[in-house]
Every structure is written in structure tokens, then in C-alpha cells.
Ligand binder design. Structure first.
Ligand SMILES: N[C@H](CCC[C@H](N)C(=O)O)C(=O)O
Length: 293
């Protein structure tokens, strides 16, 4: 049955998304429809698709409401190839901007908006650069798979890190290597993790720390979307990896330079362990209607 998709296009540091509101969850899209919507030639074009569903209309949302009854809205995130992911950091900021723009939620300065995700409830606050998303606890995913990418001279060990979704972070020798890597080809991981991973390539700045803030450049090949201009959870995972490699005394405040802009990452202690938070802009670009067969 044809369905007119009333959508909004949004982006955060060049990671772009098609968003639409489906409060009662009556319009889930199939993976094929999502891939068609995200296609940059035959569709709207985006790195991912985000459906705003009221948590009480979704089975996964029920878990979010159980965790936090304030998680009224659920971010139903899908990659460009139609596969779902547990979490999207840039997407969470754009999702929040969308909810506020649509009048579906409010976020007075200093308040927190809780949103449901497949990775659990995530808290968003507004700040001067846009929004801060608390990505919650992180963990080393174990293993250091070898990473091979086209045009990289040698395979290098990557560090597996989860921030709700899986990442493998690999340090390159310098900017020349980072710029030479051809991420039009999916990098190879050996061993390949079950379910795939987002792969971040980083070059720590020299000096690594300036005014107490760590800095590095990053490019990313995203699971399910290919090379993107930015990856929020990837920037968080990469900052955690660079801090891990830097050892004792490394900062908890990071500036991550991605092709689409700059993201802020901050690690901070909580009663349930160290959390990592992501900050950055979130813009809505245009609205439209697409007839879906
Ligand atoms: N491709 C990712 C999801 C989107 C992550 C990224 N867009 C972000 O901002 O965190 C995955 O399959 O886990």
C-alpha cells in the first residue's frame, strides 16, 4: 500500500539522517524501504533513518519506559543499508532537535531529555554547541583484530570498544596515512567480529594535549553506511582508545576532528561507573514528502 512519508532531513557534523514521526508505531519501514529512502541517487539520501515512536508503542520501548518512565520517545535508528543499530550518537542529537522542532518534546535550558534507544535510555541536554548526549558506560570489547584498509601500507591492530554499539579503533602513523586510506572499500578485520563493527582511523595530534584537552583527527567506515563525514559513537570510542593508549595522566576532555566538523567527548565518573558523553551541533535541513510504494 502506498504511503506518503512526511520526513525531515537533518545532520550533525555532516552525518545525515532522514527523520519522521510515527507516534503510534503504525508505519515501520522494511529494510528495503529504508535502503531506498537512504539511497543518494534514487532516494532522499542519508547515512541513516530515524523513526520517532512513542516508547509505549514499541516492544523495545517498553524496556526503555521500565528503565525510565520519562523516556517517552524512542529513537528507532536504522543504517543506510536497512540494518538496525543499537545507538547513534550524532543521530541522538538530531533526533532531539527534531522532537523539539515538531513540538513533540520540550527541553528547557538546564533540563535533561531522556530518549529510548536499543542500547537503553540516553540523557540529552542542550549546550552552547548544540546538545550533549550521555552515551552511558563503555567497555573494552576484548580482542585486537588486525585492520586492513585499501591504500594502507600495513595491517595494524585495532582496539575493540563498545559504547552501546561496536567499534574498532586503529591508530595510523600520520595524516598522510589517514588521508591515503581508501574507505570506499570496507576495511577488513581479522578476526571479523560477529555482527560487524564501525571502524575508526585516528591520528593523535602532536602534542596530544593542548590546554588540558586531548585532540586527534578521525575518519570512519560505519557499519551499514560506509564512510561517513562523522560518527558520534565512533568519536567517543576513538577518544576512549586514544586515552587508553596515552596511559596515565591522559585527559578526560577531547576534541575530535572529523571530516564534517568537530565533536566534543568527555569522560566522567558516575555511581555506576565511568560514562562517556558526546557534544556537537544538530541541524534540520529541509522537510519533504516521499511516496513510498
Ligand atoms: N553505523 C552505526 C550506527 C550509527 C552510528 C553513528 N552514525 C553515530 O553517530 O554514532 C552502527 O551500525 O553501529
Amino acid at each position: 500500500m502506498a504511503f506518503d512519508l512526511h520526513f525531515t532531513k537533518g545532520q550533525g557534523t555532516g552525518n545525515d539522517f532522514v527523520l519522521f514521526a510515527d507516534p503510534d508505531g503504525s508505519h515501520p519501514l522494511s529494510p528495503a524501504q529504508i535502503a531506498a529512502v537512504c539511497d543518494r541517487r534514487f532516494g532522499i539520501g542519508a547515512d541513516g533513518l530515524i523513526r520517532a515512536v512513542r516508547s509505549d508503542a514499541l516492544p523495545e520501548g517498553a524496556a526503555a519506559l521500565a528503565e525510565d518512565p520519562d523516556a517517552v520517545w524512542f529513537m528507532d535508528y536504522w543504517n543506510a543499508d536497512g540494518t538496525p543499530s543499537e545507538m547513534c550518537g550524532n543521530g541522538a542529537r538530531v533526533f532531539t532537535r527534531f522532537l523539539l522542532d515538531q513540538g513533540l518534546a520540550e527541553l528547557p535550558a538546564g533540563d535533561t531529555l531522556s530518549i529510548g534507544t536499543r542500547a537503553g535510555v540516553r540523557d540529552v541536554q542542550s549546550n552552547r554547541t548544540g546538545f550533549q548526549v550521555d552515551l552511558g558506560r563503555w567497555r573494552l570489547a576484548g580482542g585486537e583484530p588486525l585492520v586492513r584498509a585499501k591504500n594502507l601500507p600495513v595491517a595494524r591492530p585495532g582496539l575493540g570498544i563498545s559504547v552501546g554499539n561496536p567499534h574498532v579503533v586503529v591508530a595510523l602513523a600520520d595524516d598522510a596515512e589517514l588521508d591515503a586510506a581508501d574507505l570506499g572499500y570496507i576495511p577488513q578485520l581479522d578476526p571479523a567480529p560477529e555482527g560487524g563493527a564501525n571502524i575508526e582511523f585516528v591520528v593523535p595530534a602532536d602534542p596530544l594535549v593542548h590546554d588540558g584537552v586531548g585532540r586527534f583527527r578521525m575518519r570512519v567506515h560505519e557499519r551499514g553506511s560506509g564512510e561517513t563525514q562523522s560518527c558520534g559513537t565512533g568519536a567517543a570510542a576513538a577518544a576512549l582508545a586514544v586515552r587508553h593508549w596515552a596511559g596515565a595522566g591522559a585527559p578526560n576532555q577531547w576534541r575530535v576532528e572529523v571530516p564534517g566538523g568537530v565533536l566534543g567527548v568527555r569522560m566522567f565518573p558516575t555511581e555506576d561507573g565511568e560514562h562517556v558523553a558526546l557534544s556537537g551541533p544538530a541541524e534540520l535541513v529541509f522537510d519533504g514528502v516521499l511516496s513510498l510504494g
